[in-house]
Structure formats: structure tokens, C-alpha cells
Write a protein that binds this ligand. Structure first.
Ligand SMILES: Cc1cc2nc3c(=O)[nH]c(=O)nc-3n(C[C@H](O)[C@H](O)[C@H](O)COP(=O)(O)O)c2cc1C
Length: 390
């Protein structure tokens, strides 16, 4: 079932250097979520509308890639349906980032590279990485320039994704936008929260609008898009060139169908009943099994169960068993117990999903980090196996 009303005057696709997609919508990189199986699931939904977006791989570390760390390489897998291979790199060292960008372009046929400067996780910011890094303007410029220099000979655009800053008193996004523009970065995505806020409170879309005013490169808006109508509203209110959608699509890959429709001028809200959600769950588990093997695939699927069933009447014991299934056959038996006719819980529409939590008590930074804003040539220790991401 769906509800349809017309919309008008929206951006005709998204162009990032040599890459063009028909719908200005990006699946946000989400560690542990946006693997090849999930990207394909979302892409399939967009294809139902005859559309295409950008689907970014889970974050991988530059050092892990350069050193051919096996966990890192296992994440660098693409589905055959993915025509535009898009990967997010994490890094704090211009040399590693440049070399990793080169490997992605030369050996993995990657068409778009995004750089992570937004991760709020203490073990990352403690080392000056993720959302902490843009405080060092000189170092940020060196990292961006190294990635752009490596990717440009392949015609591959580099983008960056960041937050507003460390906290309300230490904003970094406007400087980051200017530095991105000066170093040849193709676009900047802004999550309208600070590192201190993590995922709490509401994303500040005014900051996205301020960045649009401040730079000439495309700005992608990110934060709190729960429905396709929110994406349209974000573009209309901020002037962003496109949107980056994260938690809103957890347990709802069909949001990408609605997003494709919305940017094509129709307003559609797909409202699957539990039978249709069950089919999507089965498809998700099947794709994970294809890409990771059945045992690992079914284990990976467990974290998605509560998101798919959010608001439906399915009972606690059944949910619990579904989240323990270790084979597709076991999953099938349990999925058959769901009441296929249970209608979509419309009260869930427009409400937050996924992690929210509380603000951090303090932002953990390297000793003396705030004392200087340049950091050029600074050597930060980079872990090969960092996997936290957001
Ligand atoms: C489980 C999870 C993992 C994430 N991992 C990453 C990541 O690897 N890289 C990144 O830039 N952001 C990551 N994020 C942040 C999202 O990309 C996005 O910026 C954030 O969730 C805000 O957008 P939303 O309100 O649409 O969810 C992650 C978020 C979540 C919930």
C-alpha cells in the first residue's frame, strides 16, 4: 500500500565530478550495516522506480588497505548490480590515505571515494581521527590533497563527510568546507551534529544551509531524514545538492524507493504489511548469505530483526528466536509464524530509529589538541583495524 501526492522543483540527480546518479540520494556509510548485501537491497528498491543513487561501502581504514589487512579486504566486496563502486576511507596520515586511494582506484575499480571526518567514537577521536581531525586545518588539507592527487589520474572524485565540529564552542565545518573546496574535493557531506552530541538531540539543518552559502562545491545534507518527505524538505530548506540517509533506512530498505519517487516528483510512502516485510527480511538474509556464507550471513542478519519488526505486533519470544536464527531454513520456519496481514504501524512514520543515546560528557582528544589549529606534518598513529565508523 502507498500514499501518493505530487512534488516539484527538485535537483535533477547528483553530479560528483565524473560520477552522476539520477537521484540526489546517498546511502550513508554505516559500519556493520552497509555491506554489499545491504547496498544491493537498497539499490533494488531504487531500481523499482527505475532510479539510481549512490550507495557507500562501510568505512575501511587506509592503513588496513595499504597493509592488506584481511578484515579490511573482506569488507571491500561489491555486488554485481553496483555500477558505481563507492567506498569510505578512514585515515589520519596523508601518506596512507593517498596510497589507499590509489589502491582503490587502480585495483578495485572504485568510482567514488569518501573520507571520514565525522566519527565521534572516543577511541577514534582520542587519536585525533574522525570528527576530531578537522580541528587541524593544515593536516586536514594535507590528507584531502593526498587523496585528490591519487584519485584524479583515474578520474575518481573524492568527497568528505564531517560534523559541525567538536562541540558548540569548537565548530569546524565552515573551515572544512573551504579547505575541501581549495584542495579539489568534489563535495562535502555535513551531519548537522557535533562530536559531543554524537547521535542525541536533533540535527541542525541551519548549519547545512550555512555551509551551502559558504562554499561553491555541492553540499550533501545529513541527519534525521526519517521519511522521503524529510529529504525533500531538507533540500528545499537548505539548498543542499542532495541528501545522505542513514538510520532512517534501518529495517526499511524500501525508503529508497520512496526517496527515488520523491525526487522524481511524486510523494510516495510505502507501507508494507508484515507479510511484505517478512519477504524483505528473507531477501536480506539471503543476500547476506550469498556474500558472507550462510552461517556468517545469518549472524549478521540478527541485528536487523528488531528494526524490521519495529511497531509490528510480533510477540517478544518470536522476535527473540528470530534474532538467534543461524540458518536460512531456521529463519524460514520462524518467519512463517509472523502474521502476514498485520498492517504497517503508521505511528512509526517520521520517528527516529537506530542509535540515539545521550551527548558525550566530554570529547576525548589527544593531549593539547586544542592548542593549535594547524597540525601540518603531524604524525598521528593510525590503526589498521579500526571498524567503528560513525
Ligand atoms: C550503525 C552506524 C554506523 C555508522 N558508521 C559510519 C561510518 O562508518 N562512517 C560515517 O561517516 N558515518 C557513519 N555513521 C553515521 C551515519 O553515516 C550518519 O552520518 C548519521 O547516522 C546521521 O545520519 P542519519 O540521521 O540519517 O542516521 C554511522 C551511523 C550508524 C547509526
Amino acid at each position: 500500500m502507498s500514499i501518493t501526492t505530487p512534488t516539484t522543483g527538485l535537483p535533477p540527480g547528483l553530479t560528483l565530478g565524473s560520477v552522476h546518479v539520477a537521484t540526489p540520494v546517498v546511502l550513508a556509510p554505516m559500519a556493520g550495516i552497509t555491506n554489499a548485501a545491504y547496498r544491493r537491497l537498497c539499490l533494488e528498491q531504487m531500481r523499482l522506480q527505475g532510479a539510481d543513487g549512490l550507495f557507500v561501502c562501510e568505512m575501511i581504514t587506509s592503513r588496513g588497505l595499504v597493509e592488506r589487512d584481511s578484515t579490511t579486504l573482506q569488507m571491500l566486496v561489491f555486488d554485481e548490480l553496483e555500477k558505481v563502486r563507492s567506498v569510505q576511507l578512514y585515515g589520519t596520515d596523508p601518506v596512507y590515505v593517498g596510497r589507499a586511494a590509489e589502491v582503490l582506484c587502480a585495483e578495485y575499480g572504485v568510482a567514488h571515494i569518501d573520507l571520514n571526518f565525522g566519527c565521534p567514537v572516543p577511541k577514534v577521536t582520542r587519536k585525533g581521527g574522525g570528527g576530531a581531525l578537522p580541528w587541524k586545518r593544515g593536516l586536514l588539507a594535507e590528507i584531502l590533497a593526498a587523496a585528490v592527487a591519487a584519485a584524479t589520474p583515474y578520474g575518481v572524485p573524492v568527497t568528505m563527510k564531517t560534523r559541525k565540529g567538536l562541540d558548540a564552542d569548537h565548530l569546524t565545518y565552515l573551515d572544512a568546507g573551504r579547505i575541501a573546496e581549495e584542495t579539489g574535493v568534489a563535495a562535502i557531506a555535513l551531519h548537522g551534529r557535533t562530536v559531543e552530541q554524537a547521535y542525541s538531540g536533533e540535527a541542525d539543518w541551519d548549519a547545512i544551509a550555512a555551509l551551502v552559502d559558504h562554499v561553491d562545491i555541492p553540499v550533501l545534507g545529513n541527519g534525521d531524514i526519517w521519511e522521503a518527505a524529510d529529504a525533500v524538505r531538507m533540500v528545499e530548506e537548505t539548498g543542499a545538492s542532495g541528501v545522505v540517509v542513514g538510520r532512517g533506512c534501518l529495517g526499511r530498505p524500501w525508503l529508497f524507493r520512496d526517496l527515488a519517487a520523491a525526487f522524481a516528483g511524486e510523494r510516495v510512502a510505502t507501507l508494507p504489511n508484515l507479510g511484505e516485510v517478512r519477504d524483505m527480511m528473507r531477501r536480506h538474509a539471503e543476500l547476506l548469505s550469498e556474500h558472507l556464507g550462510e552461517e556468517r550471513g545469518c549472524k549478521e542478519f540478527r541485528k536487523h530483526v528488531s528494526w524490521y519488526l519495529k511497531g509490528f505486533r510480533a510477540g517478544g519470544p518470536l522476535r527473540h528466536q528470530l534474532a538467534l536464527a543461524s540458518s536460512l531454513a531456521e529463519l524460514d520456519v520462524l518467519l512463517a509464524e509472523l502474521d502476514a496481514d498485520d498492517p504497517f504501524p503508521v505511528a512509526e512514520l517520521g520517528t527516529p530509529r537506530g542509535r540515539q543515546g545521550a551527548p558525550r560528557k566530554r570529547v576525548v582528544l589527544p593531549e593539547g589538541w586544542l592548542d593549535d589549529r594547524d597540525g601540518s606534518g603531524r604524525h598521528l598513529r593510525e590503526d589498521a583495524t579500526e571498524t567503528t565508523g560513525g
